[in-house]
Each structure stands twice: as C-alpha cells, then as structure tokens.
Design a protein around this ligand. Structure first.
Ligand code: UDX
Length: 438
C-alpha cells in the first residue's frame, strides 16, 4: 500500500517510519528543506529511542523515502495522512488549523483516484467536516474520504506505543475508507490491537478527552500530594493504594512538578476553548489547566523554602530540564518556570540534562550548563531533581555530599527512598511526603 505522511514532525515521522516497518511504502513530506535534507542524510531531527534504526532499516529496504514536494507522491497514494502541527493560536488558545487546511488543499489538488485523507494531527471536533467541505466545494471532481485517526503515542516510548497500542481509533463511516484503514493497520490488527471505528466527530473528541482525563489524573494526585505534605501522609503510598482499585488504575498517578510537553498543555486548553464555544464548559479541565499553571511556579517557591526562604546569591543545581525523560523536548517543560522563579529570587542556576540542553538554551534565561550532575553540584546550596532521567536514580550521594556547599536535595519526582538520601546527611524535600531536615 502506498502511504504519504504530510508533516515530518514527531507524530508524522514516528508513524511514517512504523508504517513502513509494517511493509507499506511510505513517503514522509515536509516543507522544511533542512528537515528533509537531514533525514535524507540519515539524521532524524528529533531524539526518540529506536527511531534512527527504523528509519535506516526501511530506507535501505526501499520502503521509506522523504520529499519536500507532496504532489507526485500524493498522486500515487491510496492513503494520505495529515500530521502537521496544530499549535495553540496566539491570544485565544484555540488550535491553529491553518497548516492543516493548507495541507488539505494541496493534497486535494494532487490526488488521482479514490484516496483516503486521514487526520493524525490532534484537531478540534468538526475539523474533518471542514476538510470535507473544502474538498466538496473546491474540488468537486475528486473522490476523497476524510478519516480521523488520532495518535496516542508518548514521547520517549513512541515506537512501542505505535506498534503496541491499547487501541486504534478510526473515525469514519464510509465503507471504502473502513476497508482501506483495516488494510493500513492489518499488522497491528493481527497482533490483536483493537481497531475502534466510530463517527468522525466522536473520534476527534476521544483524543482530547483522553488527554484531558490523563492531565486531570496527574493534577488530582498533585493536589493530593500537597495535602499529604500538610497532614503527614505519603503520596506514593496513597497513589498505590487507590491505584489497586481497577476502576481507578495505577497509571498516571505519579505526583510531580506539573505536566508539560507538546500535548497536554495545548490540548487541554483547546478543549476548554471548544467547550466554551459550544456553551458546554468543561469546568474540571478549566480548573486542571489553572492548577497546573500555578503548580510550576509553586515548585520554584518549594525550592526557595527548602533553602531557608531565600535563594539570593545561592547556587542551585538543576538536574533535568526536559518535560520528561528520554526526550530532548523542552516544550512547556516545568523546568522553564521553576528556573525563572529561582532567577527572579536572585539564584545562580546551573543545570544539566542528558539530552535537553541544546533546546533549553533557546528557552531558558541566563543560566550555566554542566557536563554531568557532579560538575554542577560543586558548591551548590541545593540540588533539585526536575526530570526523572535514569542516570539521576543512582547518583553517588557520598560524592555529591563531598561536593555541595549545603546538603539539600529537592526531589520533584520522588525518585529516592527517603532513608537512602538522609543516610548520607542530606536534607530531603520530596513531593507529597514529610520533609526530612536534619
Ligand atoms: C501525552 C499522552 O500520554 C499521549 O497519549 C499523547 O499522544 C501525547 O501526550 P507525552 O506528552 O509524550 O504524551 O508524555 P506523557 O508521558 O504522557 O507525560 C506528559 C507529562 O505528564 C509529563 O510532563 C510527565 O512528567 C507528566 N506526568 C505523567 C506526571 O507528572 N505524572 C504521571 O503520572 C504521568
């Protein structure tokens, strides 16, 4: 089957490479010449474990190629995915669909024969209808079916999420499109991943509702964590205790500095806006967004409190900058706000992240970067764990203690057992637990 993926960003590239790995012929298209040139030279523009190998393997097998022009490949394709960006529109928080509609028009102009156009970008409810209207009114001679197929992959685990999904949601009721989409996902279907067909608008909402629910779950446990700190309970044990109830489930109950990334902040905001437009507000999500925004700043205050109420002139060592481990993505990372709060308080901030420092340099103010945790710990008044990279889970605490000025660890990801840290003479401030100060 010939497939074209419009947009070679995170979702487009991972989906395109994985679909090629299933045996389809895939062309990934992007308007950015730099991106396509890099891909043709064998370099993925994003850091995602396993992606380079899949790209290389399928390129050499002749199943995956890249192009700056969509017309020629679209003319031969049976399925064209739209995986372009849908950033938050400046000012009003709505999803900006200009790239999606521009891509749709270009695709329609190029298709020949029956073609399925699939929106993989996260798009507000009704976008599929609007694309269909554009096709019907502006390209009445073309035979195109519009399908919604949201993507649920997580950064850092994108390949396995794509290949072993909990479900594949497909919004279409047109029999020819159903048949073709079954064929696209046949390898997964044979692996027993459920294909869930529903109406297009329902499918579009499933994506937003899923992300909003997960964001709400995280925010819920974060608030419980704050309560735990006040009443002397342990949030990790509370999460475990409630998670054992299958109706609740144990996933997405890790308390932390607030969610970030390319999806949750943008998608929760877009859902809030859509719901307001339809005069059917989603107040739980409105509150989730507000709590999460406040939380990042509050984490800065938590660090300041751990430093006896002031960080002025103090050296703070930040471990981890990306919004989560195994990615170089800094979009809406809590570290940005936390570091800003510390800089505002007069701190001298030094940071280390295994993959995120290049991107961080573009979005974070005047701080210095180190080559490893020990380098930035030297002379520090506090060590703050912001992202739970594996390499921070087994720090040589004895060595750390010998380097720092004041032995204080603020662990915003709860990656250390309290006793382990205090044994080495550190004051330990975790999330949702009693503070341990010597
Ligand atoms: C998310 C969704 O999981 C995915 O289905 C969707 O397609 C895109 O958005 P992603 O943004 O890659 O994926 O990361 P995810 O692992 O979901 O984490 C998002 C944020 O929530 C991170 O900042 C993470 O640190 C935070 N988080 C997650 C928590 O604070 N606690 C948790 O228990 C889980």
């Amino acid at each position: 089957m010939r497939i074209v993926m419009i947009g070679s960003g995170y979702v487009g590239l991972v989906s395109g490479a994985c679909l090629a790995d299933f045996g389809h012929h895939v062309t990934c298209v992007d308007k950015s010449a730099a991106k396509i040139d890099a891909l043709e030279a064998g370099k993925a523009p994003i850091f995602e474990p396993g992606l380079d190998n899949i790209i290389e393997h399928n390129r050499s097998a002749g199943r995956l190629d890249f192009s700056k022009e969509l017309a020629a490949s679209v003319a031969e394709a049976e399925v064209v995915f739209i995986a372009v960006g849908t950033p938050s529109r400046r000012g009003d928080g709505h999803a900006d669909l200009s790239y999606v509609y521009a891509a749709a028009r270009e695709i329609a102009a190029a298709v020949s024969g029956f073609t399925v156009v699939v929106t993989k970008s996260t798009v507000p409810v009704g976008t599929g209808d609007e694309i269909e209207r554009i096709f019907r009114e502006e390209f009445p001679e073309k035979d195109i079916s519009v399908v919604s197929n949201p993507e649920f992959l997580r950064e850092g685990a994108a390949i396995s999420d794509f290949k072993r999904p909990d479900r594949i949601v497909l919004g279409t009721e047109e029999p020819r499109a159903v048949e073709i989409m079954r064929e696209v996902y046949r390898p997964l279907y044979l692996n027993e991943a459920p294909l869930y067909f529903c109406e297009r608008r329902t499918s579009e909402l499933i994506k937003y509702a899923a992300n909003a629910f997960l964001a709400m779950k995280i925010t819920f446990i974060n608030e419980i964590a704050d309560l735990c700190e006040q009443i002397g309970a342990d949030v990790q044990k509370v999460a475990k205790g409630i998670g054992m109830d299958k109706r609740i489930g144990d996933k997405f109950l890790h308390a932390g500095p607030g969610y970030g990334g390319s999806c949750f902040p943008k998608d929760t905001l877009a859902l809030v806006k859509t719901a307001q437009d339809y005069d059917s507000p989603v107040r739980l999500i409105e509150t989730t967004v507000a709590i999460n925004d406040n939380r990042k700043r509050a984490m800065g205050r938590k660090v300041i409190a751990a430093c006896d109420g002031t960080v002025r002139g103090k050296k703070i060592a930040i471990l981890g900058l990306t919004f989560k481990p195994n990615t170089d993505d800094m979009r809406d990372a809590p570290s940005i706000t936390i570091i800003q709060a510390l800089l505002d308080g007069g701190a001298n901030v030094q940071a280390y992240d295994p993959e995120g420092m290049e991107m961080a340099k573009e979005v974070i103010g005047p701080i210095t970067y180190g080559n490893d945790p020990y380098e930035i710990a030297e002379g520090a008044d506090a060590i703050v764990i912001v992202t739970e990279w594996d390499e921070f889970r087994a720090l040589d605490l004895k060595r750390m203690k010998s380097l720092v000025k004041t032995p204080t660890i603020v662990d915003l990801r709860n990656i250390y057992p309290v006793a382990e840290v205090t044994k080495h003479g550190f004051a330990y401030f975790a999330i949702g637990k009693k503070n341990e100060k010597q």
